[in-house]
Each structure stands twice: as structure tokens, then as C-alpha cells.
Design a protein around this ligand. Structure first.
Ligand code: FES
Length: 108
């Protein structure tokens, strides 16, 4: 990774402090991003449901999907795709990486 890229990535925290099933929020380029550890994989999605801009942070996670608590839309963690109504548009995704035991989100 280039030095420039390292400067731009955003630290989420130690992987040991983000166990399976956990979720947290970080700011990436001024955008709120929710980071979810689902089955050992870190997924980072813009923290806004595409139905009515409700935060996704804290939504139930099941079957590889996060549920918006406002009206129940489900989004696929791996792709951001809306899988159930009332949402139809995908959520913006960010890449993640684990380096030296630390979890990072990479800006788009
Ligand atoms: S705001 Fe998320 S489903 Fe309506």
C-alpha cells in the first residue's frame, strides 16, 4: 500500500475489540459509516437507509443482512443491495482491511 493510501484510510479500531456480531460507526470523509463484523468479515456501509435516510447503526443483523429499524428494509452486508422493500436503492459500500490487528475503512 502506498504511503498516501495509508494516510487516507480511517482506523475503526482493534480487531480484538470488534468481535463477530459487533457493529460500530466511523466518519469517513465526513460521512457516517457503519462497520459490521459478520461471521468474521468486516463490512462497511454508509450509515443511511436509502428509503428515508434513517441510520442503519444498531439494526438487527441476520442472514448476511442488516435491517433498518425504521420500516424494516434489509440490505445485504456484502454488496449494499436492498433486499426487501420499502428500500429499493443500494447503500453505498466502503472497502475494509485488517492490517496489524487493526481494522480500517478505505475511502472511496
Ligand atoms: S427509513 Fe429505512 S426502511 Fe424506511
Amino acid at each position: 500500500m502506498s504511503e498516501q493510501a495509508q494516510l487516507e484510510r480511517v482506523l475503526v479500531g482493534a480487531a480484538a475489540e470488534l468481535p463477530e456480531g459487533s457493529q460500530t460507526e466511523v466518519s469517513v470523509g465526513g460521512q457516517s459509516v457503519v462497520v459490521v463484523n459478520y461471521e468474521g468479515q468486516y463490512h462497511a456501509l454508509k450509515n443511511n437507509c436509502t428509503h428515508k435516510d434513517f441510520p442503519l447503526l444498531g439494526g438487527d443483523v441476520d442472514n448476511g443482512r442488516i435491517t433498518c429499524e425504521k420500516h424494516g428494509a434489509k440490505f445485504e452486508l456484502a454488496t449494499g443491495k436492498a433486499k426487501t422493500l420499502p428500500a429499493v436503492k443500494p447503500v453505498k459500500m466502503f472497502r475494509t482491511e485488517v492490517d496489524g490487528g487493526q481494522v480500517y475503512v478505505l475511502p472511496l
